[in-house]
Design a protein around this ligand. Structure first.
Ligand code: C2E
Ligand code: MG
Ligand code: MG
Ligand code: MG
Length: 284
């Protein structure tokens, strides 16, 4: 009886597995052609300095509109790109494209101080990121001091010696490095002292309870204090409500990013958004 139940379960689950596997395979096949088919694009989410809410720049986020699959979220296709190695050409494309766009904006007189680009741990650990960054800066003429690279904690603690060398080389070039999704990765904080890191980005999952939940607000306050004691800039991700912003100002948070300020925007909309904001400020 147990056996028949087992077989039953097996026949029930197998088609699901193969469907998922097939979907994954087809998604990967489409992703392989995405650059050449010009299906990838960048959007830009404003980064705002507190307390005055001055715009300092933007985080670059990748979008994929697939002819076969429609809009696919990076939450879905980035892991696929990492597993298949496609993240290497895709990540290179993002960096080159971002630097080109940044250079254009500087030439147009937009006071862009920070362009933040996400780097996959796969890129960071297994490929010559330093050469890639140097190339993207040289090709575009985008200044190193305006480029910020976002990496997750995991990328730093897996191969410490290599990470140290990479971070040192980036730092020597004048590029800043920030820790993305801070608080969701490894628990050892020793790496914060070892590496030259510019910024902590508090993961947006922590913002949900701010300011109502005492425990979560306490965690965010703790991260702010920790970052500041180490001489780092601290940014809160995923700010959606005015009450959160008010609390973060009082708590001494340096920068925020989130739907309250703006959703990620295509390049043209980003310029319009910023221009409107600058003239609003002048009118005040
Ligand atoms: P991330 O780097 O932590 O980026 C922030 C994510 O939070 C973005 O999602 C952004 O749209 C979203 N977000 C921003 N403000 C809010 C808010 O107020 N509320 C909510 N609910 N969400 C908010 P997105 O664009 O879907 O990207 C997801 C993740 O995919 C990124 O998380 C990053 O890890 C990865 N990713 C995106 N673009 C790239 C890329 O070019 N390269 C690599 N390696 N990863 C990327
Ligand atoms: Mg990021
Ligand atoms: Mg983040
Ligand atoms: Mg995040």
């Amino acid at each position: 009886q147990a056996k028949s139940r087992g077989r039953n379960r097996y026949s029930h689950y197998l088609p699901c597995l193969t469907t998922a596997a097939r979907e994954r395979f087809e998604l990967e096949r489409s992703l392989r052609r995405a650059i050449a088919q010009e299906e990838l694009s960048l959007v830009f989410q404003p980064l705002v300095e507190l307390p005055a809410q001055r715009v300092v720049g933007a985080e670059v986020l990748l979008r994929w509109h697939s002819a076969e699959h429609g809009d696919v979220s990076p939450v879905r296709f980035i892991p696929l790109a990492e597993d298949s190695g496609l993240i290497v050409p895709i990540g290179a494309w993002v960096l080159h494209q971002a630097c080109r766009q940044g250079r254009l904006w500087l030439d147009q007189g937009l006071p862009l101080e920070t362009l933040a680009v996400n780097l996959s741990p796969v890129q960071f650990m297994h490929h010559d990121v330093v050469a890639l960054v140097r190339e993207a800066l040289a090709h575009s003429g985008f200044p190193a001091h305006a480029l910020e690279l976002e990496i997750t904690e995991g990328a730093l603690v897996q191969q410490v010696a290599r990470a140290t060398d990479t971070l040192k080389a980036l730092c020597d070039m004048g590029v800043r490095v920030s820790v993305d999704d801070f608080g969701t990765g490894y628990s050892s904080l020793a790496y914060l002292r070892r590496f030259a890191l510019h910024k902590l980005k508090i993961d947006r999952s922590f913002m949900q309870g701010v300011p109502v939940e005492r425990a979560e607000s306490g965690l965010v306050q703790g991260i702010l204090d920790l970052g500041h004691k180490l001489g780092m800039c601290v940014l809160a991700e995923g700010v959606e409500q005015q009450a959160q912003l008010d609390w973060l100002v009082a708590a001494g948070c340096d920068q925020i990013q989130g739907y309250l300020i703006s959703r990620p925007l295509p390049a043209q909309d980003y310029v319009e958004w910023w221009t409107a904001r600058l003239s609003e400020l002048r009118a005040d």
